[in-house]
Structure formats: structure tokens, C-alpha cells
Design a protein around this ligand. Structure first.
Ligand code: MAN
Length: 106
């Protein structure tokens, strides 16, 4: 499958060989731990699985130079997890040292 997330809207599971897309969740809430609430995004109430729960997705945001889903799993049937990299959650130190370590300072 290809997985696509539209931030604050919904997330889809798209079969690679063609076929219909399945909504795996609609934007619900920030769901990180108390001390880091904005580190995870919960998408819920997706298309219901046969004999199972409505599909749902938890996205963990991680610092990266591009906006990109880098890993998706289904640890429990119909409950998906995604790691999504984005510059939006980089802190200044990481952005200027780690990611740009090989760039000359201007
Ligand atoms: C589809 C996909 C899977 C899911 C099953 C449940 O094949 O959405 O991710 O586990 O349905 O039946």
C-alpha cells in the first residue's frame, strides 16, 4: 500500500496495484504525552474493518529536512502508526548543526 496523510484532514491507504482508497482516519487530536503533546497526531474514525474496529492512525512527528512519511506499520490490525519527518518540529540546534553539518556557514 501507499499511505498518504493530509495534515489536519485525513489519511488514506492506497493499493499499489490499483483499486479503491481506504480512509484510515480523520483528524482527531494532538496525542503526544503531556510534556510533548504536539509530537503525535491522532486520526480516528476511519473505514471500519470487517469484524473489527474503525481504522485509526497515530502519526509521530520527527525532525527532517523534507515533509515525508518515512515508516508506516500496522502493529495491531487496523491500527496504523506512521513516522512523519518535517522541518516544522526541528529545534534550532538540530537544524543548524546536525542537518547542515556539511554546509559552510554564511
Ligand atoms: C485491508 C487493509 C489492512 C487491514 C485489513 C483488515 O486489507 O486495510 O490494512 O488489516 O483490510 O481486514
Amino acid at each position: 500500500y501507499t499511505y498518504r496523510v493530509c495534515m489536519f484532514k485525513d489519511a488514506k491507504q492506497i493499493p499499489k496495484g490499483g483499486g479503491s482508497e481506504v480512509t484510515i482516519g480523520y483528524w482527531d487530536s494532538w496525542s503526544g504525552p503531556k510534556n510533548n503533546e504536539y509530537s503525535k497526531m491522532k486520526y480516528g474514525n476511519g473505514a471500519t474493518c470487517w469484524n473489527g474496529p474503525a481504522r485509526s492512525l497515530t502519526v509521530t512527528l520527527r525532525c527532517g529536512i523534507e515533509n515525508k512519511a518515512v515508516d508506516v506499520r500496522e502493529p495491531t490490525r487496523c491500527e496504523y502508526t506512521m513516522i512523519f519527518e518535517t522541518p516544522s518540529v526541528c529545534d534550532e540546534k538540530i537544524a543548524t548543526s546536525t542537518l547542515h553539518a556539511d554546509h559552510a556557514e554564511l
